[in-house]
Design a protein. Structure first.
Length: 335
């Protein structure tokens, strides 16, 4: 059974009071309500830093945070069990319907850019620097089950219009659990389009090696010479000197994964880190409304280590704040 990453963080009034005197919060108003947050482990840096800084200014604010995955976070949000969810993907139609059925209005706000990267062992003998989308599908898609070499899906890639052939090296595919937002993005961007035309299920091959966390994957690839790993950009970058990132060709040439290409959306496997807020809860909980406003301040969004990947552009930060201002005003939440 694949284990699920679970991180739980609780900041109590007592802990916050050890940082500063228990006095007034933002704007001189005492903010002492509880805030419950769920979401993706890849968004933990954004949440943790915002909570830490907010607690220093608002000693009585209480946080209950469980970052067990985008599915868990959005599910609890639509069940009214959390006030906000920070996710590594867009909310799915069935999740939107669940929120609507529960009468929970949502504000969707982009707080960072992120991406997933594919990488190999630095000393992998296969001289491959770039993969096309058909090649990725042939390695990770539902028709790849049992393929144990880089070129094992050659007939499949040719059927998809790819003429280049990958080398005949052994293959071990390593990634995070199937419930991870990282897997969701890989499926959406590299599997779903081809699976639809070939009348296959849009799902990753079931026989890949799934590890409990993105953070574990680059290290395992660094130990296995013939492996391909995929993980979120921020985790993989920590191992940049021991693994070799693969560029992605989505039809516009080979594009590397770096801050510039991810921020601009030029890198095919990029995504937004999203904050979903129950605006009804924000209207009833001034501490929640104030925390969201605080977390969206430019100083928080561009702080080192705050985003799980790449900070938004100045225009992106302005858009995030405008989106929240409009949603909060519509809900009657004081910011």
């Amino acid at each position: 059974m694949v284990s699920r990453v679970f991180t739980k963080l609780t900041i109590s009034a007592a802990l916050a009071a050890s940082l500063v005197a228990a006095t007034a919060g933002c704007g001189g108003t005492s903010l002492d309500q509880a805030i419950v947050v769920g979401g993706s482990p890849s968004s933990q840096p954004f949440v943790s830093l915002a909570v830490d800084r907010f607690a220093k200014e608002n000693a009585l604010a209480r946080f209950d945070i469980s970052m067990a995955g985008s599915v868990q976070g959005l599910g609890k949000l639509c069940d009214g069990l959390v006030d906000m969810a920070v996710t590594a993907r867009e909310i799915a139609p069935n999740e939107t319907e669940a929120c609507s059925a529960s009468g929970i209005p949502l504000a969707k706000i982009a707080v960072a850019r992120d991406a997933i990267v594919l990488f190999t062992n630095k000393n992998n003998p296969a001289n491959v620097s770039c993969l096309s989308l058909p090649q990725i599908y042939s390695l990770v898609g539902p028709e790849s089950t049992g393929i144990d070499s880089w070129n094992g899906g050659t007939s499949l890639t040719r059927a998809l219009g790819e003429k280049r052939t990958l080398p005949g090296q052994p293959l071990t595919l390593i990634g995070p659990p199937p419930t991870s937002g990282t897997v969701d993005l890989l499926v959406d961007q590299t599997i779903a389009p081809f699976a639809a035309t070939r009348k296959r299920g849009a799902e990753i091959r079931p026989d890949y090696r799934a590890l409990a966390s993105d953070a574990m994957i680059p290290g395992e690839v660094a130990r296995q010479r013939n492996s391909i790993g995929f993980a979120d950009f921020e985790k993989a970058t920590r191992w940049r000197d021991q693994v070799r990132f693969l560029e992605i060709n989505s039809g516009r040439g080979c594009v590397p994964a770096n801050a510039s290409t991810i921020r601009a959306g030029d890198y095919a496997l990029s995504r937004s880190q999203l904050l979903y807020v129950n605006t009804q809860a924000a209207a009833a909980n001034p501490t929640l409304a104030a925390f969201v406003s605080f977390a969206l301040e430019p100083a928080q969004l561009v702080a080192e280590g705050n985003a799980a990947g790449v900070a938004l552009s100045p225009q992106g930060i302005e858009t995030a704040n405008q989106t929240w201002a409009a949603a909060a005003d519509a809900a009657g939440a004081s910011r």
